[in-house]
Design a protein around this ligand. Structure first.
Ligand SMILES: Cc1ncc(COP(=O)(O)O)c(C=O)c1O
Length: 406
């Protein structure tokens, strides 16, 4: 790039790369690979929800909704949050509907961050949080989560390290439970420990709860907003994408105390004006689905998790069994390094992911895209199992070639 061209671009945008996850989907298409990289379901969305969207368009709900969200959807969010978490929020002052939880997270960060502010982020983390921090101007302080050491343990962090990451400049901690990519579901005890730090340092907790209904082995999703003392300092980020298998609809929301909501709504208004009006209308119906809908969703994922765990184990991966969300983090140390000439990359995970997509025909996400320092994820890759049986079966036969070669 010439000097002049570089000077004309944003220094912030120069600090991060394109999304690795979304790039893997493009590579999967290019190499005709089975796509177990990006977390979007490849099965049909529920018929009633699709019908509700068609109906909304026919009913001419085709103009801008109120910028902070259509009232029927805000009301449905209030009802659902009270039903599932026992927390009552005000639809007029505490909810902002956005274009996906992605925009809700970005709007929330831009609404609260000032120069010099720090945010605490658990690592590995959903890759969007890195660019979110850069664009909003926050300095991230990363706290490592360590992989389980045996069948009975889960991803964990050191309480002293977490406490040391907080300080007078901390504006917020970013929490994601159930967690992508680890599948960790934060327990009440862990949430209370985080609460004490937030209260001590007068910090927000921004909690991404998009996988709230995808849980295993009796794990319970507890929203930070439900923890004593946190209602006033929690910003809940959520959306329709994962719970209703409609990642392309781009409907998400932020639930926040009134003052924070005021700021979030302003940022959101000037970023996107609003999410698609007919899809918000359909959302109001989706969120009132009976409990049986959520039970079935979770039960389907229990089966898919078991299926992919077995496929990966047979192929030679060390797997970390998730307790929530629909990803499996794996350790690839047991595999030899791919040919450094054909699959040139700075870290083994990237070379391995290239090899897997080109030679084996399965797309995955290199572990380094979930870490600040790429070397920390060099021995990990992440697979998703939000796929129909035929996709998992195709992955099974392709990954079997890998086992044969090791
Ligand atoms: C933790 C997490 N948050 C947010 C998103 C994006 O959600 P949305 O489609 O609502 O923007 C994803 C998608 O993979 C995710 O894993």
């Amino acid at each position: 790039m010439t000097q002049i061209a570089r000077r004309m671009l944003s220094a912030k945008a120069e600090q991060f790369t394109e999304s690795v996850i979304r790039e893997m989907t493009r590579l999967a298409l290019k190499h005709n690979a089975v796509n177990l990289s990006q977390g979007f379901p490849d099965f049909a969305a529920p018929e009633e929800i699709k019908e509700a969207a068609r109906q909304a368009i026919s009913d001419d709900i085709n103009q801008y909704a109120i910028t902070w969200g259509a009232k029927p959807l805000r009301d449905a969010i209030v009802e659902k949050f009270e039903r599932t978490q026992g927390v009552r929020v005000d639809p007029e002052r505490e909810i902002t509907i956005c274009c996906g939880s992605t925009e809700a997270m970005m709007s929330a960060m831009m609404a609260i961050i000032n120069p010099g502010d720090e945010i605490v982020v658990f690592e590995p983390f959903y890759e969007n949080y890195g660019p979110d921090a850069i664009l909003s101007g926050a300095t991230p302080r990363f706290v490592k989560m360590r992989p389980p050491v045996d069948e009975n343990s889960f991803w964990s962090y050191d309480e002293n390290e977490l406490a040391a990451a907080f300080g007078p400049h901390t504006k917020a901690i970013i929490l994601n439970t159930p967690n992508n990519p680890t599948g960790k579901v934060f327990t009440r005890t862990e949430l209370e420990f985080i609460r004490d730090l937030c209260v001590r340092w007068n910090a927000f907790c921004i909690t991404d709860e998009i996988y709230e209904h995808i849980l295993y082995d009796g794990a319970e999703h507890i929203s930070m907003a439900r923890i004593d003392g946190m209602r006033e300092r929690t910003i809940v980020i959520n959306g329709m994408s994962k719970t209703y298998s409609v990642t392309g609809w781009r409907v998400g929301w932020a639930i926040a105390p009134p003052e924070a909501t005021n700021s979030i709504r302003k940022v959101h208004d000037f970023l996107t004006v609003g999410a698609a009006a007919p899809l918000q209308q359909a959302g109001a119906i989706a969120l009132r689905s009976p409990q049986s809908y959520y039970d079935k969703l979770a039960a389907n994922y229990v089966e898919k998790r078991a299926r992919l765990l077995k496929i990966l184990e047979l192929a030679g991966f060390t797997v970390f069994k998730p307790r929530g969300a629909y990803y499996i983090m794996t350790d690839i140390s047991r595999f030899p390094d791919p040919d450094p000439v054909r699959f040139a990359a700075a870290t083994k995970d990237v070379a391995f992911a290239k090899y897997l997509v080109q030679e084996i025909g399965v797309a995955t996400v290199p572990g380094s895209s979930f870490y600040n320092d790429a070397r920390d994820g060099a021995n990990q890759v992440r697979f998703t199992f939000c796929k129909k049986e035929s996709t998992l079966a195709a992955a099974e036969s392709r990954l079997a070639k890998l086992a044969a070669g090791t």
